[in-house]
Design a protein around this ligand. Sequence first.
Ligand code: ARG
Length: 726
Amino acid sequence: MRLFSHCLFKRVFQSPCFSYKQKQYSNINCLELFSLHVIAVTFTRQTSTVPEILQLLTSCPLSRNYCVTDQFAFQENEIKLLTAEIERLKNFGCLGVSPSLEGLRDENAKLKYRLNFLKKSLQEERSKSVKSMININSCLQEIFGAAIQAAYPDLENPPLVVTPSQQPKFGDYQCNSAMGISQILLKTREQKVIPREIAEKIAKNIPANECIEKVEIAGPGFINVHLRKDFVSKQLSSLLINGVQLPAVGKRKKVVVDFSSPNIAKEMHVGHLRSTIIGESMCRLFEFAGHDVLRLNHLGDWGTQFGMLIAHLQDKFPDYLTVSPPIGDLQAFYKESKRRFDTEEEFKKRAYQCVVLLQSKNPDFIKAWNLICDVSRKEFQKIYNCLDITIIERGESFYHEMMKDIVKEFEDKGFVQVDDGRKIVFVPGFPVPLTIMKSDGGYTYDTSDLAALKHRLCEEKGDILIYVVDSGQSVHLQTVFAAGQMIGWYDPKVTRVAHAAFGVVLGEDKKKFKTRSGDTVRLIDLLEEGLKRAMDKLKDKERDKVLTPEELKAAQTSVAFGCIKYADLSHNRLNDYVFSFDKMLDDRGNTAAYLLYAFTRIRAIARLANIDEQMLRKAAREEVLVLDHEKEWKLGKCILRFPEILQKILEDLLLHTLCDYLYELATTFTEFYDSCYCVEKDRQTGECWPWGGECACCTSCGGTSISGCYPVLERLLSHYCVHVED
Ligand code: ARG
């Protein structure tokens, strides 16, 4: 018990935060690689046959998503230029030109020196790049892509389906393209070929590679792939030595994420909580993958509600310009002003005038507006602090100056129609038009979103824009995006603009999440309750008896906020989500509590066996990791699926896949731990060391296997743990 608590609270929660090292990579394709090899061959003056080169392309790690830094690409280019220069110099003699031979020799020597230098740094760059993990799924896709291409050279865009196998008897991965190809052949060429035959043809054309041990055709035409043990083992050792480094994701992109985005004077609600949690994680993921992320809080800080708020402020606290008004309870203040707005005609009129004065940037009105915004800002910040959220404020008001030009641009391009005094824009495919100017000359939510879109595309130069906003706003956002395309701000083939929508939060009764009295739940109250529940749970488990008060407090916040975040992330964001403290604090099933427990266990084993990271790295360098035991093999493969999972999420933005994977990893580890010895213990002295019995699988369990998942789990889980200072 003590051990568990010790690890859980001291080690896990104080684990380092996810580090977002930003890498700059560029991709090199096979053709470039081919020329690179030709150049290399030229330099080394070795001759190389085409089959040899092909062999090199398919077997060396360069043929995969091989990444090189920009510097690498630049150096290659220089090598090309220098080679050409040497050739030119060599040819001077035969062309009969007779400049000073001495001078030429000199220059030649210098060039050779420079060439050697470049070759050396090229080598260094190359060894750096192989440090990153490999996405086995995309390796296999490349291999099967080549096989299909060779088997059916005339087929355009043949389906390429590679997935991990669900059962060990079906191998490690499966290629299921044969069925699709059979359909295409039938439809486009009226050829009736059974998928099994196609599968056989594909299998025969698999190019030489380093990852496939053997393939088997099964069922109607599945190609079951068995990975090579030495390949998996080598990847795990490299992971151990180099740490978790994702394969390069191509050019470093600018990613703009619009998330959280609550409204001033209105309480931040559970919908905003979802956006905050999902958005923050998305930002971390893109940063982890090496991109440049701009985190934007598109605050609702410029609506008509400010008219009534300011009018009410003027009445209640006429000296607000000199004395800060006590409007801590902004909600109550908002409700009062709304009641007056609905019932007092005179007040309503004045409220509208206030909006006009605010929007014309009258200093007194700006002061009142700032006072109100500050109160909300402080409230939001409390929540961001609890959940460890980093975001910059760029509310609707930020775009005010741009809105006039937006309206003009749509008018100039002939997209505007006037309807009952309003200026509206119809976008093909969308029945409801955007209102870009109201009849009183004011701007709307549509106008500010159009301005924001243009700013993110043209000023921020975003390559990927993500809007983490509830599904209810889908039509609004899709119309805005389509309008942006229509007016020529971006081309969806080049720039990705995505609405990462999410469903509503429901109570345990499956109805909209409300308090007992039917009011909206205040977020801060929700977080408070989380803290209370976490403490109850900790006391239940008698953690208060083994921890210092500070440790207990740290555990409480980590469990409470970690569980709230993980519960949200582990559900498919597209579905509605049932908020349940009981479920999220359960230490069984796919919950943060369970993962923290699994993680703790791994760290405890490592500590018990007196293994530290340095020892593991040394072992990985010197020993071959043996993966003979079935559970060991399963764990090894599971660990290596990490890049594949992350790359999928970068595409579909569905974060629950990562949680599913983590859960699978933790349970696979448990299976392994239950079946393989990891630690030996001297009964008399109590001394422990990694298991070194006769069974090879267990040797590696103790020596290196744990370590395989140890750094991965550590880094992943610390992502979800709230960092607690020592
Ligand atoms: N403030 C809005 C709301 O609470 C969300 C804003 C989302 N972002 C955007 N660019 N529209 O509903």
